[in-house]
Write a protein that binds this ligand. Structure first.
Ligand code: IPE
Ligand code: IPE
Ligand code: MG
Length: 254
């Protein structure tokens, strides 16, 4: 018998329409989820990792090519030290517990951000899963860790200066493609859909360049309660939108 999920009418409807190639998610609201229950904030982050697992599985199953998850921002380093330490522990636990599933499902794990700022006990398992999954072609799962969009754009400018000094970039105008090639997301497709949970309607320094023509979906659901169903609902909403890229509606292919 086919698993129940394949007969889910919502999933079937999503599968019949063109999928976003690249989805980015600002996973917000873990702290509030915990505080509403009188629990320490870290319990919200812990429950949030179950949402990560479920949403990753769902994205992979329906055939999304790239999923980028905002897990820890460059600005999040300024949170209380015990919360930062707890988040780093959870990251290490996540990498250990998901390694097998990532490899078995043909997922390539990658990471973007100022990764050198991460403690060694996170960087080592991260690099290990990245290396072990480097040849997988099923879906690229990118963790944005110690990540900031402005920091990334500044780093890309530095990278272009390095290329120019090394004689690998001829002097003259820099086009959009050249600039994009110097970003940490170099090889990823443009972002089609950005989802933010928890009711906040801001980008908080996530994929600033890459989301230039993304569709944005803001949902009130807190991240620990955002599961397969909520993800599929967001993708379906995206599929019903008309993306015009500056053209008029009449100019678009029918
Ligand atoms: C998102 O949840 C996770 C991280 C930013 C690490 P928050 O921790 O921001 O949760 P809220 O926004 O305080 O509810
Ligand atoms: C954005 O959430 C960063 C992540 C989800 C990792 P924040 O909770 O840090 O964003 P602000 O502070 O509300 O803008
Ligand atoms: Mg938040």
């Amino acid at each position: 018998m086919a698993p129940a999920v394949e007969r889910d009418p919502l999933e079937m409807e999503v599968r019949e329409r063109p999928l976003p190639a690249h989805v980015g998610i600002i996973m917000d609201g873990n702290g509030r989820w915990a505080e509403e229950r009188g629990l320490p904030r870290l319990e919200g982050h812990r429950e949030g990792s179950n949402s990560v697992r479920e949403v990753t599985r769902t994205a992979r199953r329906i055939g999304v090519q790239a999923l980028t998850l905002y897990a820890f921002s460059a600005q999040n380093w300024s949170r209380p030290a015990d919360e930062v330490a707890g988040l780093m522990d959870l990251l290490r636990e996540y990498l250990a517990s998901e390694r097998q599933e990532i490899l078995e499902n043909g997922i390539r794990l990658d990471a973007i951000g100022e990764l050198e700022r991460l403690p060694r006990f996170v960087r080592e398992p991260l690099d290990s899963v990245r290396e072990a999954s480097a040849r997988n072609r099923g879906m690229v799962l990118t963790l944005a860790l110690s990540y900031g969009g402005q920091e990334e754009i500044a780093a890309a400018a530095e990278e272009l200066v390095r290329r120019a000094r090394a004689g690998r970039l001829p002097p003259g105008p820099i086009d959009v493609e050249t600039f994009a090639s110097a970003l940490w997301t170099g090889g990823l497709p443009p972002v089609d859909l950005v989802i933010r949970t928890s009711g906040e309607t801001r980008v908080s320094n996530f994929l600033l360049w890459q989301s230039a023509y993304a569709e944005f979906i803001f949902v009130d659901t807190l991240w620990p309660e955002f599961r397969a169903r909520q993800f599929l609902e967001a993708v379906l909403e995206y599929q019903k939108r008309e993306r015009r890229f500056g053209l008029t509606s009449a100019q678009l292919p029918k």
